[in-house]
Design a protein around this ligand. Structure first.
Ligand code: F6P
Length: 361
């Protein structure tokens, strides 16, 4: 009897349950319902550290294709703290190894983003059999063209921008839609283009507020009464970007706004006199059902992960490269951030139709 542990770690997103389902169904198909015991590890790596688990049955994986969130629960266990012995003297890595053995696992399947992949690689280095899957709305995982969750979040953020368009045009206002994405701008770039934003600000292209203001003024001069900005939560001005890291952190902490979007909004309103509003869809972008694209992608990923287990091909993350599902060694991808190249083909295309990225002269 094979014993496979499975956990979801880090921020949730759409497609976690559809991925779990695909892994499980493929394993049951291959080994038979009595040939494999799937062990659900509760709340991510936390469950492995404290041995909180749930023996899963085939029925647990039915009816979850469309369900948002994760049936296993999740938590953030920062990688930088993994080797730190905490106040309760818990050696997290040692405990995870001990529980892996206690549970008599043949393999641990982890679904997660950047931090999760780093810990997966650490466990691989410690001798555990690990297979991982790329999850995040940020699409910032190295080694894969797409992560599951990304497209569903793009759809939601696009819908927000669509809705904002109608109220912005009615009132002749400037609107900022602040889009998630942590330190990268993939979500903002895609949603901004899909939603017809006039300005797209992403962390990879530091902005000059004057460039943004000029764009809005020009729109007003040409008779356009409203403007829509898609601003990544991690967007950064040129001045801040030019500062050394420590100074920048301090300067950013000093910005007395809930987020960068409110600072930008004030600067625009002061310079143009136009009413400016901010909308922050926040965690809404991570909620609800996966869209059709993510259901298909996560199913493909889940099947591929199960096949790695069946073949005993461990230490890998499944990935999408040129629309093919492949497996990449964890050591090659762990800890590498996939940011938007400033000269990315989609950025270049958007510039051709006049979308402002805030770095125009
Ligand atoms: O990584 C996914 C993400 O939603 C980011 O886009 C965002 O910066 C972060 O998680 C928010 O984290 P939390 O859910 O811990 O507030």
């Amino acid at each position: 009897m094979k014993r496979i542990g499975i956990l979801t770690s880090g921020g949730d997103c759409q497609g976690l349950n559809s991925t779990i389902r695909a892994v499980a169904k493929t394993l049951y198909q291959n080994y038979g319902n009595d040939g494999v015991q799937i062990i659900g590890i509760i709340d991510g790596y936390r469950g492995l550290i404290y041995n909180e688990t749930r023996m899963m049955k085939p029925d647990d994986f039915s009816g979850i294709l469309t369900r948002g969130g994760t049936i296993l629960g999740t938590s953030r266990q920062p990688f930088k703290l993994m080797r730190v012995i905490d106040e309760n003297s818990v050696d997290k890595v040692a405990e995870m190894k001990k529980n892996y053995k206690k549970l008599e696992l043949d393999c641990l399947v982890v679904l997660g983003g950047n931090g999760t992949q780093k810990t997966a690689n650490l466990l691989r280095e410690e001798g555990l059999n690990v297979v991982s899957l790329p999850k995040t709305i940020d699409n910032d995982l190295w080694g894969t063209d797409k992560t599951f969750g990304f497209q569903s979040a793009v759809d939601i953020a696009t819908n927000v921008i669509d809705c904002i368009h109608t109220t912005a045009t009615s009132h002749g206002r400037v609107f900022i839609v602040e889009v998630m994405g942590h330190k990268v701008g993939w979500l903002t770039l895609y949603a901004g283009i899909a939603g017809g934003a006039d300005v797209i600000l992403i962390p990879e292209i530091p902005y000059d507020i004057n460039s943004v203001i000029n764009t809005i003024k020009k729109r007003t001069e040409s008779g356009k009464k409203f403007s829509i900005l898609a601003v990544a939560e991690g967007a950064i001005s040129k001045e801040l970007a030019a500062m050394p890291k420590k100074k920048r952190k301090a300067a950013m902490a000093e910005i007395a706004y809930p987020s960068i979007s409110y600072k930008i909004a004030k600067e625009i309103q002061d310079a143009t006199g136009q009413e400016t509003r901010v909308t922050v869809p926040g965690h809404f972008q991570r909620g609800g059902s996966p869209d059709a694209y993510d259901r298909v992608l996560s199913t493909r990923f889940g099947i591929a992960a199960a096949e790695l287990i069946i073949n005993g091909d461990y230490g890998k993350m499944v990935a999408l490269v040129n629309n093919k599902v492949v497996a990449v060694p964890l050591e090659e991808i762990a800890g590498k951030l996939k940011a938007v190249p400033a000269d990315h083909e989609i950025v270049a295309a958007a510039r051709k139709m006049g979308i402002c990225f805030g770095d125009e002269k």
